[in-house]
Ligand binder design. Structure first.
Ligand code: C5P
Length: 223
């Protein structure tokens, strides 16, 4: 069992895992792993190299040599993501990249190749990690596990608000369809499907504010 305490936060797309993970990492003074960003960056790298996604040895080679860096910007809570030395933070967050990541993340050899890179984030004094399989696979022995849920409609509403706050637009019916399709793919895949760990605290956030979710997660850690 790892000596570094890990708070694993899993759940479907648009549930607010990233926000909860960032606030908890700040509160605890722990490191932060946005594992979805790794899958997204990997998908961008594969796309940029025009690699056929059925060519597993080429995918593993890209995964093993992924030149990826996370940098916290001064005077900002935002983390910028650099792939091959280029700031890809903006394109990383698009629905299109999320879709590509979700498709490529279902391939077993890709998940295996990216496993150690994720586990290497566990450093003193602790780690808050968010994703789909933090509590079930990557940090299966984590002492703190949370699984966040919310209705698909609520998650689509949150995603639309997020896009609007970024100055972008979206069509709610399209966002909802994307959210449902991505959940279906992430939950039904053979390798590391999206599901709560047996020992995870499940929080339905549909009717909860961020503060209320943070209170519940903080209580789990205090307990
Ligand atoms: O969380 P985010 O939306 O950034 O993740 C993008 C995609 O990456 C997800 O839809 C999922 O398919 C994949 N992913 C994964 N395992 C993780 C994190 C993300 O399969 N731990």
């Amino acid at each position: 069992m790892s000596l570094i305490p890990v708070l694993a936060i899993d759940g479907p797309s648009g549930v607010g895992k990233g926000t909860v993970a960032r606030i908890m990492a700040q509160k605890l003074g722990w490191h932060l792993l946005d594992s979805g960003a790794i899958y997204r960056a990997f998908a961008l790298a594969v796309d940029a190299r025009n690699i056929d996604v059925t060519d597993e040895s080429a995918l593993v080679e890209v995964a093993n040599n992924l030149d990826l860096a996370f940098k916290t910007e001064t005077d900002s809570e935002l983390v910028s993501v650099y792939l091959d030395g280029q700031d890809v933070s903006k394109v990383l967050r698009t629905e299109q990249t999320g879709e590509m990541a979700s498709k490529i993340a279902s391939i077993g050899v890709v998940r295996a190749a990216l496993l150690k890179r994720q586990q290497a984030f566990a450093k003193a004094p602790g780690l808050v990690a968010d994703g789909r399989d933090m509590g079930t696979v990557v940090f299966a022995d984590a002492p703190f596990k949370v699984f966040l849920t919310a209705s698909a409609q609520e998650r689509a509403n949150r995603r639309l608000k997020q896009l609007q706050n970024q100055g972008s637009e979206g069509i709610i019916s399209q966002i909802l369809a994307d959210v449902v399709a991505r959940d279906e793919r992430d939950s039904s895949r053979k390798h590391s499907p999206l599901k709560p760990a047996k020992d995870a605290l499940i929080i339905d956030t549909t009717e909860l504010s961020i503060d209320e979710v943070i209170t519940q997660v903080s209580e789990l850690i205090k307990a």
